[in-house]
Write a protein that binds this ligand. Sequence first.
Ligand code: PEP
Ligand code: MN
Length: 341
Amino acid sequence: MDIIVLEKGISAGELRHIVKKLERKGFKANISKGTERTVIGVIGDTSRITEDEANAFASMPGVEKIHRIIQPFRLASRDFKPQDTVIKAGKHSIGGRKIQVMAGPCAVEDLPTLLKIGKEVKKAGASFIRGGAFKPRTSPYTFQGLGEEGLKYLAEVRKKTGLPVVTEIMDPRDIDVILKYTDVIQIGARNMQNFRLLQEVGSYDIPIVLKRGLSATIKDLLMAAEYIMAQGNDRVILCERGIRTFETATRNTLDLNAVPVLKSLSHLPVIVDPSHGAGHWKLVAPMSKAAIAAGADGLIIEVHSNPEEALSDGEQSLRPDKFAVLMKELKAVAKAVGREL
Ligand code: PEP
Ligand code: MN
């Protein structure tokens, strides 16, 4: 049921007009006159009312505002599916009791470096290797990634370490080549509202890490998930990775509110990226702990064996030894909130 809040001075004619319109659309209007305000409870399957139709109602004379009870996202919503979704990815499950950690360099640079990092993060307890072969860089003059060569290195590291691969797609034209090598596809923050790309990955049966856009609301993120799910792929993992705010002390503002909010609105697993969220390696450990405490199902962390020489995001990359210490510390946090790592 949706609720239409009416203006104080609404005329009888305006009210009649609204009720008629609702009835024409097959709804019943339950008018409730209070001392301050009159409201209409709209009875019927209001999930049929599109956002555009709701906006049209909201602009009718005599209407102050509309409260929608049904969310505009459906497949992604908890109303639609009350139980938590657990997603099989590689040989692991995301969204269950066990917290999964994806770790690796921002970009795949060369095979020896990637293999070294892969072995170290595996030893520390990570369950996925991450690394970009197609990089969304702010400047067209900086390293753009190795393309298919980088994907081959990721697959090689999977062979040697057993770690399933997470890598980013930027262009629907790369889907076939990416599917050849990866276990999980990442949609980066900059492409969260690239709707054609979302539809493309939505038509394959592969887990998707969907990162929150730089200035996307939680609702925008869930609507992006809906785009993927509407094509038939319901294996979506939501990722909070920080948003742009007025704060300049950190690269982004990691919105940890988003974790419990997403968990209450949606059944999908939620992971957190403290590396992009904070932008400095020193902040990665405290924010990782906070994320697990807040209820995240996993983390995606940038790790590099030689951050000073990294071709991208070195300042926010943890050295493997620091990553190993963090993994140990996270075990205790996970245990405290009834999870394991
Ligand atoms: C990344 O994971 O390296 C990346 C580019 O992330 P984001 O899309 O969150 O900026
Ligand atoms: Mn990065």
